[in-house]
Design a protein. Structure first.
Length: 247
């Protein structure tokens, strides 16, 4: 089943969006015994690192639903447009908008930062750029995804190999952006509309080193924007600051 087969209660597919799928290597339909336990697992393993949980589990009954073998929650609040499902098989599907697009005022700020960084480039038509992606927000989002998978593994929901698939859809010609206080001298843009990859990782390795696996994914995506061989040490420092709450 894909997101197009789901009747979504929020307009996440109307924007560029992330698609995250985490699943165990071996399928067991009733790996989690009941829906109540599914909710309990998400409640215990979700992250709260920057004022908005990953994944966001709404407290409102009108923003939750229950199917034959899954639970779901969603939100459409102040630019946070997302929907997720967690199945009894322990498969987790998460769709969330590119917040640089849906959060008010963010595009304007990112464009201003890039205009400042690349003032020497006189041939850029900024008005024609469809969107921007913050490298910091990218690092934070990927780190949250892998850490959530690690917490599921630590709870022994996942045993053995875990497949983590991350896709970003609708981002052709989107430009990577850096904060105004970071040295930045190049124009990196996505050449394809949809970018995505899957990583197969042992559950114990996720638990012990989720941040390094996240960095591998981050570098993979940045290279697809044309940023070849970014400094992993610099990215790691940004990630460590995020995990320590210094953002």
């Amino acid at each position: 089943m894909t997101e197009r087969d789901i009747s979504l209660p929020v307009p996440v597919l109307e924007h560029p969006y992330w698609r995250v799928n985490i699943r165990p290597n071996e399928y067991q339909e009733q790996l989690i015994p009941n829906l109540s336990k599914c909710l309990e697992i998400v409640e215990k393993t979700k992250l709260s690192l920057r004022g908005w949980d990953y994944p966001h589990l709404s407290n409102r009954s009108t923003e939750r639903s229950f199917g034959k073998n899954w639970v779901a929650s969603w939100s459409n609040f102040m630019g946070h447009c997302e929907y997720w499902r967690f199945y009894q098989s322990a498969q987790f599907l998460h769709l969330f908008s590119v917040r640089e697009v849906t959060m008010s005022g963010w595009r304007k700020k990112l464009e201003q930062d890039m205009r400042s960084h690349l003032d020497y480039m006189k041939n850029i038509s900024w008005e024609d750029v469809p969107g921007f992606l913050s490298i910091n927000n990218f690092i934070y989002s990927a780190t949250e995804i892998f850490e959530f998978a690690a917490r599921l593994s630590q709870s022994q929901i996942y045993m053995g190999l875990v497949t983590i698939t991350i896709e970003i859809k609708g981002v052709k010609d989107f430009v990577l952006t850096a904060d105004w206080d970071r040295a930045w001298h190049n124009y990196y843009s996505a050449g394809e509309n949809n970018l995505g990859h899957s990583w197969n990782i042992k559950s114990d390795e996720l638990v012990s080193n989720s941040s390094e696996h996240a960095l591998t994914a981050i570098v993979w995506f940045f290279e697809r924007f044309g940023w070849l061989s970014p400094s992993v040490e610099v990215l790691r420092q940004d990630q460590e600051n995020f995990l320590k709450g210094k953002v």
